[in-house]
Ligand binder design. Structure first.
Ligand code: 5GP
Length: 192
């Protein structure tokens, strides 16, 4: 069943891209510069430094997350880097019905579920300028050890390929120059 009701009036934008593509920065710019609102995901991963429950994510135990799956409360969910991530359906429906543009910043596995369930969703794929640049960005942010970086690069290649092969993303934005990429995203969000 369609988890998003047909009486919605707002737009649903799905933004995906590998870590290091800059999708977080682009999504923040979209939220700050327009009236769009960001859906807060649930996850079983541990909060990072400075992350706040209910603001960055809803941090849940595995049992709590699985209860939400069983209750059909998630619009989509996926296992990413060994943890569950998912989008609570209720708030998304409420915001769409209030006429808001709702943004989901989610991985490709989850995005494909949303495209399947929700005709009106439009997907944006954020791409790094190159594989080398993605590696450089992942190393320079200093967050991960090299084994984890190799894992992220592998996932990045898989994600880009899966997203492209699906044919479901409405637009690809190459994040080379940030302001250019932001302009492209704003124009796309405005157009649909
Ligand atoms: P991070 O742990 O770095 O915050 O996020 C890891 C990955 O999980 C990112 O690619 C992010 O887009 C994805 N993600 C975050 N929230 C969700 C969600 O609700 N559903 C899905 N499928 N992926 C998510």
């Amino acid at each position: 069943m369609d988890k998003i009701s047909n009486s919605q009036t707002g737009k649903l934008l799905v933004i995906s891209g590998p870590s290091g593509s800059g999708k977080g920065t682009l999504t923040r710019a979209l939220i700050e510069r327009t009236g769009a609102v960001l859906s807060i995901s649930a996850t079983t991963r541990q909060p990072g430094p400075g992350e706040i429950n209910g603001k960055d994510y809803y941090f849940l135990t595995k049992a709590e997350f699985e209860a939400k799956i069983a209750a059909g409360e998630l619009l989509e969910y996926a296992v990413v880097f060994d943890n569950y991530y998912g989008t609570p359906a209720g708030p998304v429906n409420d915001m769409l019905q209030a006429g808001k543009t709702v943004v989901l910043e989610i991985d490709v596995q989850g995005a494909l579920q949303v495209f399947e369930n929700t005709q009106a969703a439009r997907g944006v794929l954020i791409l790094p300028p190159s594989d080398q640049e993605l590696r450089r960005r992942l190393i320079s942010r200093g967050r991960d050890e090299s084994r984890v970086i190799e894992k992220r690069l592998e996932k990045a290649r898989w994600e880009i390929e899966t997203a492209r092969n699906s044919g479901k993303y409405a637009i690809e934005i190459v994040n080379d120059d940030l302001e250019t990429a932001i302009s492209e995203l704003l124009a796309f969000a405005d157009a649909g």
